[in-house]
Design a binder for this molecule. Structure first.
Ligand code: SF4
Length: 353
């Protein structure tokens, strides 16, 4: 099984962020939260002592606001389990400001073998406008520290189309990042329209510019040996995120913490997104996926990742029409979106299901 741990603390809140978190916290709040998280994890393993542990992902929020001692406390519960021997990937999300040689050495001793760094952009003006705590100076400092090890598997997050960025920002950022470190994995996200505060609207690049930024970033990465294995995710061979793939192929995953989502057998459930609700074990959503819902999800995930099996689709006239128009292509009995039209994914899926 794949495990996600949500750490809902950030030193300040980025303007576009929709994650469940609190930008105001103190030692007591962190302590209470860690204790509740540990209780939730321990109760799970009491009921499921034999479950194998494939990956652990510390996400957030900003998990790197936790000390290595606090991470160790949580991690120790997993290490004591019978299924721990099958673990292959432990990821920690981090912001550049938290990266120090000492912290890296400490977390690598806790078996953290993959670090996902939230860069977003190297444009200082844009970082300031969206309320990020970092500057490009602090990002370069973090990249230089990471380049010295000991964690080899580094992933970088970028966002295309932030306000204040310039055309070709993504490729310019990639050039600069790769002059400091060669990450094994890069994610390029595009903000959803509804994430934009009203006052940004006039500052945002056009949809066409964002699309060009994404495509040129993709080509830049592909020319350096990366391949796209999900709409927003690019990796060197063998460095695809095992954990994230569990979300896209309907593997069983269990999320612990505030607003954490789980999928176990055919059931999906989400913890409460309020601190008190979570503390008292409330869930905010619970649904059993019908075979038809699972088929629709396989189609949606398939278009984002490794293609959709032809026999999943029952609307072949539309498939053939989109194929003639160059939106889709068919290879080895699977249907794929073509790169040029990848931005029409929602429209295409809407017509096919
Ligand atoms: S650091 Fe990440 S999780 Fe925290 S506020 Fe910014 S976008 Fe949200």
């Amino acid at each position: 099984m794949f495990f996600y741990l949500h750490i809902p603390f950030c030193r300040q809140k980025c303007l576009y962020c929709k994650f469940a978190l609190t930008p105001k916290f103190d030692e007591l709040k962190v302590r209470i939260y860690i204790d509740a998280l540990k209780t939730e994890i321990e109760e799970f393993f009491v009921k499921n002592p034999e479950v194998s542990i494939e990956t652990i992902y510390f996400g957030g929020g900003t998990p790197s606001v936790l000390t290595s001692g606090q991470i160790s406390e949580i991690f120790d519960i997993f290490r004591k389990q019978k299924g721990f021997s099958s673990i292959s990937e432990i990821t920690l999300e981090s912001n550049p400001e938290d990266i120090t040689p000492k912290y890296l050495a400490e977390i690598s001793k806790l078996w953290v073998n993959r670090l996902s760094l939230g860069v977003q952009t190297l444009n200082d003006e844009s970082l300031r406008m969206v309320g990020r705590a970092d500057s490009n100076e602090s990002i370069f400092r973090a990249l230089d520290i990471l380049a010295k090890g000991p964690i080899e598997n580094i992933s970088i997050d970028l966002i295309a189309g932030l306000p204040g960025t310039v055309p070709w920002q993504i490729t310019a950022d990639l050039e600069q990042i790769f002059s400091h470190i060669t990450p094994k994995h890069v994610s390029i996200y595009m903000l959803e329209d509804e994430s934009y505060p009203e006052e940004w609207k006039s500052l945002l690049p056009s949809e066409e510019t964002i699309r060009d930024e994404y495509l040129s970033g993709m080509e830049w990465l592909q020319s350096r040996g990366f391949h796209r294995y999900e709409l927003s995710n690019f990796a060197l061979p063998d460095f695809e995120s095992k954990h994230n793939q569990s979300y896209w192929n309907h593997s069983n995953y269990r999320g612990f913490g505030l607003a954490a989502a789980s999928f176990v057998d055919t059931k999906r459930f989400t913890n409460s997104s309020s601190f008190t609700g979570y503390y008292w074990g409330e869930r905010q959503e619970e649904e059993v996926l019908s075979p038809e819902s699972r088929r629709i999800e396989r189609i949606m995930f398939g278009f984002r990742t490794s293609g959709v099996a032809l026999n999943e689709l029952d609307n072949m006239n539309t498939v053939e029409k989109f194929q003639r128009e160059g939106l889709l292509e068919i290879r080895e009995n699977k249907v794929f979106l073509t790169s040029t039209w990848i931005f029409l994914i929602d429209h295409i899926i809407g017509e096919l299901i």
